[in-house]
Write a protein that binds this ligand. Structure first.
Ligand code: SF4
Ligand code: SF4
Length: 368
């Protein structure tokens, strides 16, 4: 619901309100030549007048003369590390004086986070992670603890990168739900929409101005332009049949010749949730801990079952990634696991493009 217009120079007031409500604000910032999420105290830390140039195997930031805070597409990571920690101790065990083992769940407490600048594709990915971690009879307690206190301020995309293809997956560039507030950034300020009661409460005292018809038109136009500027796309939203019917397509071997099996793609992917477990013990056996750590279907260990490596080479591991992400996710979650953020394209050191590989394999032609 449209709440009003916030002048650009008053953006700090929104951060102040969030801080005042007890949130720890996290927002996009430039670090080492990339945009990452980090603790945000003032709007001066936002990537103002910055745009990102992304393509296969390439990510670069460039200064512009503009004053917008969100004139770029996306950074290295989405929301995944904030809710599903890269490494996390799940339980500990202690040997008592009588020799009995005492197990205790590890439940760190988390500050309530307000995340500023969330993209539509990131919200779609978060909805998928919610279904995975919370949508079963037993919710993941660590994920639930982090997720429950999260306040999300989305910003509709006006400047997609060369790697983005959220229009073809139906997940962007406009955020359609899952946020507390959503902003359309114009040169002079922000159209503010509310998506929850707490979002409405947050902006109630900000003294927002009425939105004019020309501001509304400009916001709609820039979303249409952002959609039209996307040059990449998946051949269809449901590639189950096409992928499953092509397990021996020569393209799997061709892409394996280029793929380094580094796992960058699964690490930056906002929906990949595979993990490994790691048990550690004190040398004297007095205590131990059980942790989960992000894993990737590109590692040998991840395809080991009872001493057998079921996917022994990069061809079968890449095939597993693509057929799961774009195929069998439909059976698990009713949709593909790709939200079109393009991160796996930009951050792949070999410049492998999931949209190209999917199109080649699903075309069925053996010359790729
Ligand atoms: S597709 Fe690219 S990012 Fe993914 S494992 Fe292969 S080389 Fe690494
Ligand atoms: S598969 Fe690639 S483009 Fe799709 S959601 Fe994951 S990182 Fe983004």
């Amino acid at each position: 619901m449209e709440a009003g217009f916030l002048q650009h120079g008053r953006f700090q007031a929104l951060l102040d309100v969030l801080h005042g409500c007890g949130y720890r604000c996290i927002g996009p910032q430039v670090r080492d030549g990339a945009i990452v999420y980090d603790a945000l105290s003032t709007c001066r830390e936002l990537p103002q007048g910055v745009r990102d140039l992304q393509s296969a195997g390439s990510y670069r930031l460039e200064r512009t003369s503009g004053l917008r805070y969100f004139g770029w597409a996306n950074g290295l990571q989405a929301l995944k590390p904030m809710v599903f920690a890269p490494e996390e101790t799940l339980w500990r065990v202690q040997r008592a004086d009588d020799g009995a083992l005492r197990f205790s769940a590890s439940r760190p407490s988390f500050a309530n986070l307000a995340v500023i600048g969330v993209r539509a594709c990131d919200l779609a990915a978060l909805a998928l992670l919610d279904r995975h971690f919370l949508g079963t009879a037993v919710a993941d307690p660590c994920y639930a603890a982090r997720r429950s206190g999260m306040f999300l301020v989305a910003v509709h995309c006006s400047d997609p990168s060369g790697s983005c293809f959220c229009a073809s997956t139906g997940d962007g560039p406009q955020a359609s739900g899952g946020f507390d507030l959503a902003l359309s950034e114009l040169d002079e300020g922000f159209i503010v929409e509310t998506g929850s009661a707490r979002g409405a409460d947050t902006v109630a005292g900000l003294g927002l101005e009425p939105v004019t018809a020309s501001q509304r038109d400009a916001a709609a136009r820039q979303i249409d332009t952002a959609r039209a500027r996307q040059r990449r796309g998946l051949p269809s939203r449901d590639l189950r049949a096409a992928l499953v019917s092509n397990p021996e397509h020569p393209r799997w071997e061709q892409v394996a010749q280029r793929c380094l099996a580094c796992g960058n793609c699964t690490s930056v992917c906002p929906t990949c949730f595979c993990h490994a477990v790691c048990d550690s013990m004190e040398l004297d056996g007095s205590a131990g801990a059980h942790a989960r750590i992000w894993d990737s279907c590109f590692t040998a260990g991840h395809s080991q079952i009872h001493g057998l490596t079921v996917r022994p080479d990069t061809r079968t591991r890449y095939r597993q990634w693509l057929t799961h992400k774009l195929g069998s996710w439909h059976e698990q979650f009713g949709r593909s696991g790709c939200v079109g953020c393009g991160r796996c394209i930009s951050w792949c050191p070999a410049g492998i493009d999931i949209t190209e590989e999917a199109a080649a394999i699903c075309s069925g032609s053996s010359d790729g």
